[in-house]
Design a binder for this molecule. Structure first.
Ligand code: PMP
Length: 308
């Protein structure tokens, strides 16, 4: 169950959690017409701080633009709303979920004329993948489901409808005893998990699929690339054939939910030692130090929240 908070932001105003309702004949309910974000707010020694808030809100506006939705709020206004919401609900650490949706007005497929609604909620939230120790990886499979082909559902948009594909990947994996599935793209190359980007390590270098392989432009993906660069670890965006997962020295997922999660096995083939590898550990350590404000915020990734 979702841990309830008091308030939800709606089109510029705070409303009660229980009042954040939409009609069953809303466009979004019938056709999946929503764009959304998932953002984390962490505890730091100087109070709660939201991770890469601006980049998330920019991606929300980009996702909306792809679908011809003109969101009546700027990145800054959305960022301010998030800070206000987290402060008002007084839950930290937490997850922040902004949603742009096509509302109630027309029920034809043509959405022109449907009102746009913008909501933002937040609630307490912890670890997503894996329940063992920090160096225990997760066991994953390659999904029998493929990610959407180019020029079908745009992968650069974080749209609700995309997650019908993610649900198929996730359910198949869980029902077969795995924590997560890795989807291949329409050409059979490695794409991403149902809700995570994927990285492999070979011979001391990090490789991740380029954005053309039907991957979401993950904010954590970008963070890991910047962290690796700053630590002098080489990162390449390069097409990854499926079998490279089996011979990689290390494989890990990244995502707002997954953070940096090592992968222990793929299709029951052990990755490296079956525990987090050296480069995964180095990246993860720096990532956690940055998000918790334990090292200087040299990339400017944290937005502090003053809680009354
Ligand atoms: N791919 C998919 C399909 C996702 O849902 C997510 C989570 N938003 C990611 C990758 C990782 O993106 P981010 O690091 O921005 O959370």
């Amino acid at each position: 169950a979702i841990p309830v908070t008091e308030l939800i932001w709606h089109n510029g105003k705070m409303i009660k959690w229980d009042d954040a309702k939409i009609h069953v004949l809303s466009h979004v309910v019938n056709y999946g017409s929503s764009l959304f974000e998932g953002i984390r707010c962490y505890e730091t020694k100087s109070g709660p701080a939201i991770f890469r808030l601006k980049e998330h809100m920019q991606r929300l506006l980009n996702s909306s633009k792809i679908y011809r939705i003109d969101v009546p709020f700027s990145v800054d206004e959305l960022c301010n709303a998030a800070v206000e919401l987290v402060g008002a609900n007084k839950v930290s650490p937490c997850y922040i979920r902004p949603i742009v949706l096509r509302g109630y007005g027309e029920l034809g497929v043509n959405p022109i004329g449907c009102p746009t609604e913008v909501y933002m909620a937040n609630y307490a939230w912890g670890k997503y993948l894996g329940h063992g120790g920090p160096d225990d990886g997760v066991d994953v499979c390659v999904s029998s489901w493929t990610r959407f082909a180019p020029n079908t559902l745009p992968a650069l948009a974080k749209a609700g409808a995309n997650y019908m594909n993610s649900q198929l990947i996730k359910m198949e994996a869980i029902l077969n005893g795995y924590s997560e599935g890795i989807a291949l793209d329409a050409n059979g190359y490695v794409s991403e998990g149902s809700g995570e980007n994927l990285f492999i390590v070979r011979d001391g270098k990090i490789i991740t699929p380029p954005l053309g392989n039907s991957v979401l432009p993950g904010i954590t993906r970008d963070s890991v690339i910047q962290i690796a660069d700053s630590l002098g670890i080489e990162v390449k965006e390069q097409i990854i054939p499926r079998e490279m997962l089996y011979v990689a020295d290390e494989v890990f997922f990244t995502g707002t939910a997954a953070e940096v999660t090592p992968i222990a096995s793929v299709d029951k083939i052990q990755v490296g030692t079956g525990k987090a590898g050296a480069i995964t550990k180095t990246i993860r350590k720096e990532f956690f130090a940055l998000i918790h404000g334990e090292v200087e915020d040299r990339f400017g990734w944290l937005t502090p929240v003053k809680q009354p």
